[in-house]
Every structure is written in structure tokens, then in C-alpha cells.
Design a protein around this ligand. Structure first.
Ligand SMILES: NC(=O)c1ccc[n+]([C@@H]2O[C@H](COP(=O)([O-])OP(=O)(O)OC[C@H]3O[C@@H](n4cnc5c(N)ncnc54)[C@H](O)[C@@H]3O)[C@@H](O)[C@H]2O)c1
Length: 353
């Protein structure tokens, strides 16, 4: 790429788009220019102004008419496959919001298309870039924290029924429940910084909110590294999001990344010594549960695409995001069949997507 700014197009101008728009408006992503956007909803499309941005009601038209270096896919989760595929087939670089896709076969296909078309294809799991998470990952990779015995993930968030009344949240066709919409970030952290999964057991319930899928879930794992894992999450807590955490219990100590969005080191006990103060420098102030990762991710990506800088692929890796989507599908499969599910077996949810 010869130009010194990337022309960016967006499909889906809803809630998370406003978070991106704020970053562009504040010039937080200096190497990207937001030039074009698309939404099927005219009202949403015309609810904001930004420079000379061109607006489309049809994604195909946008892809045909605009010279775009990168497409951001910000549509409802059930449309990620369709929109990513459309953009990749047109040889566009793609960054898609989580989840990568709902069906495992779709993820496989998208990774293959990106390879054939020789374009960038990444997925947004912005918490991977939280200072507290990168600090924990570094210490795990350097073998500093001992042998992991347990990994516990907890998500205690609040979503009311208005959230589920928009026609797509909480449905099998377009989303999934708390697992695939909220807890997926923290499951992704467990799989990608602690260990891949060997075997799964899980239960869910629709306890507080009215939705087709679950608002509360618990899953336990045998991890490939031999540790035991547990994730639990709910959107039925009130009145506000209160915790999203990942805790490791090892033979040397106890390590916990917490806050409302994995943004703080809340415990760091090693060899019987509380070392929290030293690690507090990794804590981040956040405005909401999106955290600060989008800005970091978009800036890293622009340097990769413009200057061909080699940047840790982990930040946006679609193959690692795919592992997380496979895990989601298998957890649902476990609930559907009331049987333990092995990660290596070829069995996936028949409800999701
Ligand atoms: N990374 C994060 O922390 C984070 C946070 C929130 C949402 N998300 C993800 O972002 C995605 C969008 O979530 P949201 O909360 O912004 O949803 P939303 O419903 O507020 O916005 C989606 C937008 O897409 C538009 N749309 C629907 N079909 C379309 C089509 N065919 N063509 C063009 N536009 C279309 C809708 O009109 C709507 O404006 C979801 O997949 C969600 O999982 C990620």
C-alpha cells in the first residue's frame, strides 16, 4: 500500500459503531480515514455526521463504488459470515467484530477465502490488548507464575429486556446467549492465554431475562495443559455490570485480572507474597465495558497494513478467534446433548446460526 492513510468503510452503524465513530472523531486512529459507511436502516445511517463520509443502504453498492483498503464488519453477529465473505471475495482487507461467525463450517470457509485472496482477515477481541491481560500472558509464557491448577472466569453483567427486544440479540439464528455475546471475550482469554480445551461439560438457564437462548451459563473444562477450567456468566445481575475476571490458581500463587472488563490486576500473590502494588501500573481506567482495546487494535492494524510492520498476530488473529467460536459451538452442543463434549471430535451445536 503506497498511501499513508487507509480508507476505511463500515457496514453496520449501530451501538458499537458509535464507539468506533468516537475514536475517529477524536482523531485517535490517525492512520485510518473513515470514508464510507452502510446500514440498511435509513434512520441509523442519518443519525450521525462525519466529514464527507459517503452513506449507503446497500453493502454491495458500497463495495462496488468505493475504493476501500479496509472494511469493518459491525453488523449483528448472524451476518458476520455473509458480510465478511462479500468483502473478502472482493479482495478487501476485513476486520470483523466478535464473534467471527456462528457456524464452525463458515469460519473455516472465511479463513480459506482470505488466504486465497491474499488479504488481511482479523477479528476484534479487544480485551487481548488490555495491559493487565498482556502482562498476565507474558508471565504465563515466561513460566513465571507456576503450574496452573485452576482457571476461573466470571462475568457478572446486567442487560435488561430492552436489550433483547431488538429482534436479534439472544436468538439462535443471529446471536446466541450470554456465552456468544458477552462471555466470549473471557472464554477467548482463557483459551488463548491459558490453554486450549480438551473436554467440556456445561449447563445453562434463562433465569432473569426473556430471550430464546440462555442469560446464564456455567461450563467446566479439562484443559489441554492439564489444568481445570470453569467459566460462568450471566446478564441477569442488576443494576450494573460488576465483574469480568479471569483468575489463575497455580502451585506458586493466585493471579486475578478483574475490573468490569478484564482491565485491572486485582490479585497477584506469588510464593505467599502479595505483589499487587507492583502490578497496579497495568490497571486501566475504562468508560464502559468495551474497554480501551479498540483504539490499540486499530492503531496496530494500520501500522501493519501501511508499513507492513510485523506486529504480534495475537492482537487480531482470526485462527485464534476461530478456536473460540469452535469452543462456543461445542459448549452449546454439550447443553443440547446433555453429554460431555471432546474438543477434538467433529460435533457442533445444531441450534446456533
Ligand atoms: N467487541 C465488543 O466489545 C463489542 C461490543 C458490542 C458489540 N459487539 C459486536 O458488534 C456487532 C454489532 O453489535 P451492536 O451492538 O452495534 O448491534 P446493533 O444492533 O446496535 O447494530 C447493528 C447495525 O447493523 C445494521 N444492519 C443490520 N443488517 C444489516 C445489513 N444487512 N447491512 C447493513 N447494516 C445492517 C443494523 O441496522 C444496526 O444499525 C455484534 O456482532 C456484536 O457482537 C462487539
Amino acid at each position: 500500500m503506497k498511501q499513508n492513510k487507509l480508507n476505511v468503510g463500515v457496514v453496520g452503524c449501530g451501538r458499537v459503531f458509535l464507539h468506533y465513530l468516537k475514536l475517529f472523531k477524536k482523531n485517535k486512529i490517525p492512520l485510518m480515514e473513515l470514508v464510507s459507511c452502510c446500514d440498511i436502516n435509513n434512520k441509523k445511517l442519518n443519525s450521525f455526521k462525519y466529514k464527507n463520509i459517503s452513506k449507503y443502504l446497500n453493502f454491495n453498492e458500497m463495495l462496488k463504488n468505493e475504493k476501500l483498503d479496509l472494511i469493518l464488519i459491525l453488523t449483528p453477529s448472524g451476518l458476520h459470515y455473509k458480510h465478511s465473505k462479500m468483502a473478502l471475495l472482493k479482495k478487501k482487507n476485513v476486520l470483523c467484530e466478535k464473534p467471527m461467525c456462528l457456524k464452525v463450517s463458515h469460519g473455516k470457509e472465511l479463513i480459506k477465502i482470505a488466504k486465497i485472496k491474499k488479504v488481511f482477515y482479523g477479528v476484534v477481541f479487544q480485551n487481548r490488548l488490555n495491559n493487565a491481560i498482556t502482562c498476565l500472558k507474558k508471565n504465563i509464557d515466561k513460566n513465571n507464575i507456576g503450574k496452573i491448577i485452576f482457571c476461573n472466569v466470571r462475568l457478572i453483567w446486567s442487560r435488561d429486556n430492552n436489550y433483547y427486544n431488538d429482534g436479534w440479540h439472544g436468538t439462535w439464528k443471529m446471536d446466541g446467549g450470554v456465552l456468544n455475546q458477552q462471555l466470549i471475550h473471557h472464554l477467548d482469554a482463557m483459551i488463548n492465554i491459558v490453554s486450549e480445551i480438551d473436554e467440556i461439560n456445561s449447563f445453562s438457564s434463562t433465569r432473569i431475562n426473556k430471550l430464546e437462548c440462555e442469560d446464564s451459563i456455567i461450563a467446566s473444562f479439562k484443559l489441554k495443559n492439564g489444568a481445570l477450567g470453569q467459566v460462568l456468566g450471566t446478564t441477569g445481575f442488576r443494576p450494573n455490570d460488576t465483574e469480568a475476571s479471569l483468575e489463575l490458581i497455580t502451585d506458586k500463587g493466585l493471579f486475578k485480572v478483574g475490573g468490569t472488563a478484564l482491565n485491572k490486576i486485582s490479585n497477584w500473590v506469588i510464593n505467599g507474597k502479595e505483589n499487587k502494588k507492583h502490578f497496579q501500573k497495568f490497571n486501566e481506567k475504562i468508560e464502559n465495558s468495551y474497554g480501551n482495546g479498540h483504539e490499540k487494535l486499530l492503531n496496530k492494524l494500520s501500522k501493519k497494513l501501511i508499513y507492513k510492520k510485523k506486529i504480534d498476530e495475537f492482537s487480531w488473529s482470526s485462527s485464534k478467534a476461530f478456536a473460540t467460536s469452535i469452543a462456543v459451538s461445542k459448549i452449546y452442543k454439550c447443553i443440547e446433548t446433555k453429554k460431555n463434549v471432546r474438543f477434538k471430535d467433529n460435533n457442533f451445536s445444531s441450534k446456533l446460526g
